[in-house]
Design a protein around this ligand. Structure first.
Ligand code: SF4
Ligand code: SF4
Length: 333
């Protein structure tokens, strides 16, 4: 009770406003994409350099650029091998960070309950416990591309939006775990968009080609544009489901000020995930992206540090379950 009281008094307005939050968010998303581009480029450069293939290095703009940056260094490999991996498992020097879904996939497929590999997911797990589904809204490279698809959809004026149960993604997560245990093989890696984006960039940079993942991803983008808005992240992604479960009792959460709110619904329209920020029903699916905060012209949405509302009701008196309310026309889970 004391903790809840202390935390609920800690309301925060983000210094500099909602627009700066979006600039920061976009910068982080672009940095992740740039990193996914840089990792295979550095690896390719290393290979060409090991083969003393000067012509190969000079024949590409990216390896030429790396060469310019590292050619005069005493230890070029300290730079070219500084970062490795992908969003599935990322290595920077001695630090290894894994997506919690990669760890779940590994444990299920290997049927080994404990391995040192599990420790590599500790940081993202802690961040999700504190900040909720922020990987989705702030770091996932696929999210950025899905958001662009959403903008294309708005631009084209497409209104069709087939909805499904939000609980589907939790069922996909559970089914994937069972399948991995039975098959003894990891199953999520092949269908997880952030990993697919990294793997396809690797193929393109290293071999100049794309694999099946690129077609899968393109099909998803087309489906989101023409059939169902943000289909993958709202209803299917096992990683999104895992992050949502971890962030169910997050400390950083939005709240709506019912006095300042004019019920214009601009926040609800802006929410990519189809949540109900105006009604104060963020549920476990909210990724703290802040798009609704920026859309509100009345400063009625703000972040606060705290546990879910005591008594478990939102501003409308509905139970604030872990899963957000269905938006009109969308079946509740
Ligand atoms: S739900 Fe999946 S694809 Fe969507 S942002 Fe989250 S991790 Fe990325
Ligand atoms: S409710 Fe707001 S912060 Fe949460 S996902 Fe929707 S737009 Fe983003």
């Amino acid at each position: 009770m004391i903790l809840r009281g202390w935390l609920s008094r800690r309301r925060r307005r983000w210094p500099g406003g909602a627009r700066k939050v979006q600039v920061l968010r976009r910068t982080l998303q672009l940095l992740v994409l740039a990193l996914l581009f840089a990792i295979p480029t550095l690896s390719l450069y290393d290979n060409l350099r090991n083969q003393r293939d000067e012509v190969g290095i000079q024949s590409r703009w990216d390896t030429r650029l790396v060469h310019r940056l590292v050619a005069d260094l005493e230890e070029p490999k300290a730079l070219t091998q500084a970062v490795r991996g992908s969003v599935w498992t990322f290595k920077a020097g001695e630090l290894v960070i894994s997506d919690p879904l990669a760890v779940v996939d590994f444990v299920a497929a290997s049927r080994v309950p404990w391995d040192r590999f599990l420790i590599t997911a500790l940081l993202p797990v802690l961040l999700s416990l504190l900040l909720g589904r922020v990987f989705c809204g702030w770091l996932c490279p696929a999210d950025l591309l899905f958001e662009l698809a959403g903008k294309a959809r708005n631009w084209a004026g497409i209104k069709t939006d087939v909805t499904f149960s939000r609980g589907t993604k939790t069922a996909v997560l559970a089914a994937g775990v069972v399948a991995a245990v039975i098959l003894g093989n990891q199953v999520f890696a092949e269908i997880y968009p952030p990993r697919i984006v990294g793997a396809e960039l690797y193929l393109w940079i290293t071999f100049g080609t794309f694999g099946a993942g690129a077609w899968f991803f393109l099909a998803l983008i087309a489906f989101e544009i023409f059939v169902s808005r943000r289909f993958w992240c709202r209803y299917v992604c096992p990683g999104g489901a895992l992050y949502a479960l971890l962030g169910r009792y997050r400390l950083l959460r939005l709240e709506v000020d019912p006095v300042a709110c004019t019920e214009c619904r601009l926040c609800n329209v802006s929410c990519e995930l189809g949540l109900d920020p105006m009604g104060g029903r963020f549920g476990q699916d909210c990724n703290n992206c802040g798009l609704c905060v920026r859309a509100c012209g009345h400063d009625a949405l703000n972040w606060r540090l705290g546990l879910p509302p005591s008594g478990g009701v939102d501003r409308l008196g509905h139970p604030e379950s872990g899963v957000a309310a269905a938006t009109p026309g969308e079946p509740a889970p």
